[in-house]
Design a protein around this ligand. Structure first.
Ligand SMILES: [Mn+2]
Length: 292
């Protein structure tokens, strides 16, 4: 409820609890300096906040309402553009603060590299961390054009933290032959869709999980607003169903990334990202909410 003379601060729709009340802390990481093709993901979080007013807080899918959820919107980090190491350090520091408060960090990228900053902090707290990764791209290169820190290398850097057998990828349909060959020995890669997700979810029950969702896992026909679109992706409904399954796990951190809102003037990509975010938040909160 808006106060007469409260601060004029825009939050993601329905995420207006205080930090003390919140169980989940949402924040934006507007960084896209290593994007290899079409930049613009730095504008995702602010565009999502503004356009969230076209979204209902109520989910007819889950019969739950964001107004009842305990989510604080921390706004956007002020990140050093052009220096990936510094930007990642800032993301790690903020994520660490959220974890110290006993709350769940949920980050809106930005390009996919931002995930590394959050995982560094989450893995400090949960050394046995597992990672579920939805993406069109394997992101397992050791370097990209000589750069170790890139959105094309992010999962390789995450692997260096969590180790073998801890990363499960789904929807992957793009990468170098060498990435797929390396991946076979070190990570579990499911190509093209979410086949096998139920088994993975069963095997991860009770374990701390970081969930990183590169929205380009969606087909470009329903999600064209992204830097590196890849034909042959999943439908919105397939992604929704998969997110519902992942959301039953002990998620201890997560992110959505790679929405570039200005690459889809229709706004449909932003709307898809918003709906997935709403449903993920509600799924994570569902054990505390009573369906009305
Ligand atoms: Mn991707």
């Amino acid at each position: 409820m808006k106060k007469d003379f409260g601060l004029n601060v825009e939050t993601f729709l329905g995420c207006d609890k205080t930090i003390e009340e919140a169980r989940i802390v949402l924040f934006g990481a507007p960084f896209d300096s290593t994007t290899s093709y079409r930049p613009g993901a730095r504008f995702a979080s602010r565009t999502m906040r503004a356009e969230s007013y076209g979204l209902e807080t109520y989910s007819p899918y889950q019969d739950l309402d964001l107004d009842d959820a305990a989510v604080f919107d921390g706004g956007d980090l002020e990140l050093c553009f052009g220096d990936a190491s510094r930007a990642l350090e800032e993301i790690t520091a903020y994520t660490r603060k959220i974890l110290k408060l006993g709350k769940l960090p949920l980050m809106i990228g930005g390009e996919h590299l931002v995930t590394l900053g959050a995982v560094r902090a989450v893995a400090e707290q949960y050394p046995d961390l597992c990672v579920i990764h939805f993406d069109a791209h394997a992101d397992l290169r050791d370097d990209y054009l000589g750069a170790k820190l890139s959105h094309a290398t992010v999962m390789r850097r995450v692997w260096e933290i969590v180790g073998d057998g801890r990363i499960c990828q789904f929807g992957i349909r793009s990468g170098e032959r060498a990435e797929f060959e390396w991946g076979r020995a070190h990570v579990a890669t499911r190509r093209f869709d979410f086949e096998g997700l139920e088994e993975v979810v069963s095997s991860l029950k009770g374990r701390p999980v970081y969930f990183t969702l590169d929205l380009d896992v969606l087909d470009p026909s329903c999600f064209p607003g992204t830097g590196t679109p890849e034909a042959g992706g999943v439908t919105f409904q397939q992604l929704f169903d998969a997110v519902m399954k992942v959301g039953t796990l002990d998620i201890v951190g997560g992110d959505l990334n790679e929405l570039s809102p200005m690459l889809d003037a229709s706004g449909a990509s932003t709307a898809a990202a918003l709906k997935i975010l709403r449903e993920l938040l509600l799924r994570l909160e569902s054990k505390y909410l009573i369906a009305k």
